[in-house]
Write a protein that binds this ligand. Structure first.
Ligand code: NAP
Length: 473
């Protein structure tokens, strides 16, 4: 049976008096969702728990083993209080200022949108009770996550505050609950912490926009060249190709461009450093932002490459393909003629598929090594070997795979429908440029200079140097 202390048996004496020495008492104001989940974990971790509620006699369900009291009595029972109440209701705390003086107050609150109030909730709480030491913490965890315990994806408690002892006390509790702590500094960082839960995939925005833009471009480009051209010039309706053939051209094209866009900023950064002769100057903002979303670009590229593989594997079961195959077999039988085996074609298709399969295998390896659970187990050198060296090899294989797909098609005028180059040619531009630029950076003389710069060497400007010397003289 639950040992929950029912409202009839509400305890109004300081709980610390009844606590065993090893059982530290912690107080939570508010018996709502977060208060309940947090309380449950605190009890499981060996704390004694006291709730402060407006209605100690008729509050909602609380975890078994906890006590409920009035706010005043609960505040007196401990030195640390979690305020699990919405900011809109903080006014009542002002009347508790004498009881909360010198106590550690943990503000867990969030807002519905950014910049709702002129000051952060935690700073507001500190202003209401100047005698208390406010710490902002736990607001980035949901009630659900707290109930289920820390998992790989949700292990961190961010905290900030002005009082080191208060922060230390909250850090100890967080660690006991199984979380890792990240101290974000003074209470002025509270607004930043309060904005965390309001973010909506910020690092995915640019990669998603790029993906949608490139997909739309290739779709309409190929639709015009493949389907509309056939209809206008030959009167053939091959619109059914939109579903499979067209999609299977759009996915790999966008995937290859996105993969090359993961490596292009690194190459640009290399040229910037060579040009400036130092690594200590900041990159332009756009390059910084681009570098920060490389993982997301790579993951979307991998998803599209996987779709390409899937679409390719189901080609043989397509009605259109089976129809064409049967037709060509029947016509050979009718004409009593067997087409000869084309060794060049066999080499071409086998190389094309084989290089594609190798590229996709490496693509998968890149994706797996970017999972936090895998990358955490790798040393920095191992991680950069996979992401950089194997990454370039993946880009090379996938680009080569596309060149093999094109083979000698670029020589035929019929390929340039309405004077436009085939889609595969367009998607080869960026990856080919990235590979050429990377090769330039790998030239021994360039590589040597870049390595020196990355180890901290700086090119000195002779004009500036002489000016400095004359000033010193
Ligand atoms: P909730 O379920 O609505 O509970 C809030 C509690 O505040 C109520 O149960 C009530 O407890 C107390 N309360 C309500 N009105 C009050 C008033 N006028 N005066 C004093 N106390 C009042 O909310 P919640 O989801 O637990 O969230 C509590 C805080 O945690 C919020 O600031 C929220 O932003 C933050 N937070 C929540 C989550 C989450 O997943 N839920 C995650 C992160 C942060 P009594 O009836 O016992 O007084």
């Amino acid at each position: 049976m639950s040992e929950e202390v029912k409202p009839e048996s509400v305890s109004l004496y300081p709980a610390s008096a009844a606590a065993t020495p090893e059982q530290e008492v912690v107080c939570i104001f508010g018996t709502g969702d977060l208060g309940r989940s947090l309380g449950q974990r605190l009890l499981q971790s060996g704390y004694r728990l006291v709730y402060g509620s407006r209605k100690p006699h008729s509050c909602g369900p609380i975890p078994p083993g906890a006590q409920v009291m009035s706010h005043e009595a609960a505040a007196q029972s401990t030195s640390l209080v979690f305020v699990c109440v919405h900011r809109e209701h903080y006014d009542f705390l002002e009347t508790l200022a004498p009881q909360l003086n010198g106590k550690f107050l943990v503000d867990v609150s969030n807002n519905l949108e950014k910049n709702m109030y002129p000051e952060a909730n935690a700073e507001y709480l500190q202003r209401l009770i100047p005698g208390a030491h406010v710490v902002k913490a736990f607001n980035t965890l949901s009630a659900w996550a707290l109930q289920n315990g820390p998992s790989d994806a949700n292990r961190q408690v961010y905290l900030c505050g002005n009082n080191p002892e208060a922060k230390q006390a909250v850090a100890v509790i967080s660690t006991k609950l199984g979380f890792t702590v990240q101290d974000r500094g003074s209470l002025s960082a509270a607004r930043e912490l309060e904005d965390f839960p309001l973010q909506l995939f910020p690092e995915w925005r640019l990669p998603m926009r790029l993906t949608v833009g490139l997909t739309a471009f290739f779709f309409f480009y190929l639709l015009t060249r493949d389907v509309i051209y056939a209809y206008v010039n030959e009167g053939r309706d091959i619109s059914f190709r939109i579903m499979m053939s067209l999609a299977n051209k759009v996915f790999p094209s966008v995937s290859l461009i996105l993969l090359s866009l993961c490596y292009l900023p690194g190459v640009i950064a290399g040229f910037f450093q060579l040009y400036r002769g130092t690594k200590y100057k900041r990159f332009p903002d756009w390059l910084d932002r681009w570098m920060l979303c490389r993982k997301q670009l790579g993951l979307i590229a991998l998803a599209l490459a996987s779709l390409h593989v899937l679409y390719t594997l189901i080609i043989p079961i397509r009605y259109y393909v089976r129809f064409r195959l049967a037709g060509s077999t029947i016509s050979q039988i009718k004409n009593n003629k067997t087409s000869s085996f084309d060794t060049t074609m066999a080499w071409r298709t086998d190389s094309y598929y084989s290089i594609g399969a190798l590229g996709f295998g490496l693509y998968l390896l890149l994706g797996i090594s970017s999972l936090p659970s895998v990358s955490n187990a790798l040393s920095w050198r191992e991680f950069s070997f996979i992401q950089s060296k194997l990454g370039y090899l993946t880009l090379f294989f996938c680009t080569f795979h596309t060149y093999l797909y094109g083979w000698d098609r670029f020589l035929y005028v019929s390929q340039y429908k309405w004077y436009s180059p085939p889609g595969y040619m367009l998607c080869l531009v960026v990856p080919s440029l990235v590979l050429v630029f990377k090769l330039l950076l790998l030239l021994p003389c360039v590589d040597k200079s870049l390595s020196r710069i990355r180890q901290g060497w700086e090119r000195t400007d002779p004009e500036n140097d002489s000016k400095k010397k004359s000033l010193l003289a």
